[in-house]
Design a protein around this ligand. Structure first.
Ligand code: HBI
Ligand code: FE
Length: 298
């Protein structure tokens, strides 16, 4: 039985304009982007109010990070010397990143098509949105902005193992698209890049960009009795539905980033074949065999 939730493989749009036409209104300006969807960041073009909003977000989220973030994330923040009072200059950050892990940042207008996104990651380029949210969206916005992309994602790119993992993720993109399994692969990104937890000396810490750029989900993911916390298992993660409209019902937990990287070495095609005929695991379900760390009240 094929789960109806899985989209059929989509034909690649012929051009950026065709892709844009398939998207719900996106905020960015895609009119000047290159075929790989990159644009140029002009760090002098931001308004003072936009820098102030960065400062406000940075102040709030670095406090959250001090208390709840994984050591790798905090080390990453200090390696980058991330500015606290203005939107970062991507080229300056890329210079540091290249020296540390060979990654760089490329500027994009916002969400980009899967194939372009995978290709950038496969070449150790992380797409970062140039615009910042509006003041009234300080706590929640739909599309990723520069604060989410930069503050949330870039610190871990300074960490060699995570940096290698994310490149492997990008390298898996072609095969996944060919096999109609993009949604399955994307769940790995969702749970282990956006909302990942890691155990350090017995304590649960957050490293996911989605939670660490959020005002409230970091504390929820680490402290709340509501969600399940389950040990990372690649097929389990790839077979689990996720929520985009609320906090996660289940978080997956690593003991070390090496486990994430090591899991990328197995062939994914047989996993896709199995998961494409299996029932999608609901986000709030626990299963026999789960390495349950906390069973949530939900
Ligand atoms: N584009 N800019 C941007 N950022 C993302 O995180 C992103 C994207 N395009 C596709 C995408 N993520 C995911 O659907 C892939 O992981 C499959
Ligand atoms: Fe993200």
């Amino acid at each position: 039985m094929l789960d109806l939730d899985f989209p059929t493989a989509q034909a690649a749009p012929a051009s950026a304009q065709d892709w844009l036409a398939t998207q719900e209104k996106l905020r960015g300006d895609y009119s000047t982007c290159a075929t790989d969807f990159t644009i140029t960041q002009d760090p002098t073009a931001y308004k003072a109010a936009e820098h102030r909003l960065w400062q406000k977000l940075f102040g709030r989220q670095s406090q959250v990070a001090q208390r709840y973030a994984a050591k790798a994330f905090l080390d990453g923040m200090s390696n980058l010397d991330m500015p606290s009072d203005h939107i970062p200059d991507f080229e300056a950050a890329s210079k540091r990143l290249r020296a540390l892990t060979g990654w760089e940042i490329v500027a994009v207008p916002g969400l980009i098509p899967d194939d372009a996104f995978f290709r950038h990651l496969a070449h150790r380029r992380f797409p970062v949105t140039i615009w910042i949210r509006a003041e009234h969206e300080i706590d929640y916005l739909v599309e990723p902005d520069v604060f989410h992309d930069f503050f949330g994602h870039v610190p871990l790119l300074t960490q060699p193992i995570f940096a290698d993992y994310l490149q492997e993720y990008g390298r898996k993109g072609d095969e996944a698209m060919r096999l109609g399994a993009t949604r399955i692969l994307a769940r790995l990104f969702w749970y282990m890049v956006e909302f990942g937890l890691i155990r350090e000396d017995g304590a649960i810490k957050a490293y996911g960009a989605g939670m660490l750029s959020s005002a409230t989900e970091t504390a929820f993911s680490v402290d709340s009795p509501k969600p399940h916390r389950v040990m990372f298992d690649l097929p389990r993660v790839m077979g689990t539905d996720f929520r985009i409209d609320d906090f996660q019902s289940t978080y997956f937990v690593l003991d070390r980033f090496e486990d994430l990287f090591a899991a990328m070495k197995q062939p994914f095609a047989p996993l896709y074949a199995r998961l494409q005929t299996a029932r999608l695991i609901p986000a709030s379900e626990l299963r026999p065999g789960d390495g349950v760390i906390t069973k949530g009240h939900q």
